[in-house]
Ligand binder design. Structure first.
Ligand code: NDP
Length: 331
């Protein structure tokens, strides 16, 4: 079987040479374990953090070992009474074609309800992130005006649509290409969108949200965060989900220069991790599944074919914004 290993810890932007696709023999299947043939694995921005050895909320990837992450696949051998050959499961041993794991770490999914890859995106971790960040952390309420960055990505595209579905007065998104901006307003129902590469984010946001924003869902950080604080309304809330603009920084990045605006606006900034909001998963799954069935929640995926292109898919997502919606690799 084949798996992507981390060979060296990237400094700044990761390079293809930091990774290697390594072949090895599958271990014998011990009691309680299953062998899963992965159909898709996920490439996510947070994985950049695991490539560094800085202390964080999740352990760094080990050098010269298979990397990890969400994957979805089919049980092809089972030594556990809990899973049968032919079951489909989501688990954390991505970045490889075959995964041998304890059946307790595999979660059964229905392959007929939605395409399998959706369990890595719209119905998976990114979807729950959007739901928990918007409705719990940012305390979204009907009538709020919402700004989301990374708006054409896996998390961002759901934040904007969920806000609309729950009665936002205005939803504004930013993304990195004209095609993405068009998608937001023409397909996802955003009221306004802009390309952050077209000019200063602060000015573009003021034009797109002349009445300010009540909620900012931050996927990007840096100038986006400063712009959102600049446009924040009284009692505004900022949920810090990610700061992809600084993930490759080699030096600490200066913070927003206008934090003092939080005083006059009584604004709140709060970071969060999706893992702390597992209790919302049943409600999220039920609501999102219904929205998908009714066509109210749209989603795209960028599927890269072939395990050998896994690192390309990751780098394209992280460095070039190649993906629209969830970036996944079809093994
Ligand atoms: P996306 O699908 O949004 O993919 C990443 C996107 O980021 C790219 O497509 C690119 O789009 C954009 N991007 C890359 N570099 C920059 C930059 N310098 N400035 C602005 N945009 C950039 O990824 P996800 O939806 O999976 O994740 C979105 C964010 O949510 C990330 O910050 C991630 O770390 C965070 N996250 C946090 C979780 C939590 O528990 N807190 C859980 C899951 C995700 P573009 O073309 O628009 O530049």
């Amino acid at each position: 079987s084949r798996a992507w290993h981390l060979r060296s810890r990237p400094v700044g932007e990761p390079k293809p040479d930091d990774f290697a696709l390594v072949e090895s023999e599958l271990p014998e299947l011990k009691d309680g374990r299953v062998l899963v043939r992965n159909h898709y694995f996920s490439v996510d921005p947070y994985m950049r953090g695991r490539m560094s050895d800085a202390e964080s909320y999740v352990a760094p990837f080990e050098l010269d070992k298979p990397m990890q992450g969400h994957a979805v696949g089919e049980v092809v051998a089972s030594n556990s009474p809990d899973l049968q050959v032919g079951d489909y499961v989501v688990h954390m041993l991505g970045w490889r074609d075959y995964a041998s794991l304890d059946a307790r770490h595999a979660f059964k999914v229905d392959p007929d309800a939605v395409p399998l890859s959706a369990y890595l995106g719209v119905l998976g971790m990114p979807g729950l992130t959007a739901y928990a960040g918007l409705f719990r952390v940012a305390s979204f309420k009907e009538g709020d005006s919402v700004f989301v960055s990374g708006a054409a990505g896996a998390v961002g595209s759901q934040v904007g649509q969920m806000a609309k579905l729950k009665g936002a007065s205005r939803v504004i998104g930013s993304a990195g290409s004209a095609e993405k901006v068009r998608l937001l307003t023409e397909e996802y129902g955003f009221d306004a969108a802009f390309n952050y590469k077209d000019g200063p984010v602060g000015r573009q946001l003021r034009e797109a949200a002349p009445d300010g924003v009540d909620v900012y869902f931050d996927n990007v950080g840096a100038d986006h965060l400063e712009a959102a604080i600049g446009s924040l309304n009284l009692g505004g809330r900022i949920a810090v989900c990610g700061m992809i603009a600084v993930y490759n920084a080699t030096e600490p990045v200066p913070g927003p220069r206008n934090l003092a605006r939080l005083i006059q606006t009584r604004g709140r900034i709060e970071g969060f991790l999706v893992g702390d909001h597992e209790d919302l998963r049943p409600a999220f799954t039920e609501e999102a599944s219904a929205w998908i069935r009714s066509g109210d929640l749209k989603y795209r995926e960028t599927v890269t074919e072939g395990i050998e292109n896994g690192v390309d898919a990751f780098l394209g997502m992280l460095l070039r914004g190649d993906n629209i919606g969830k970036a996944v690799v079809k093994v």
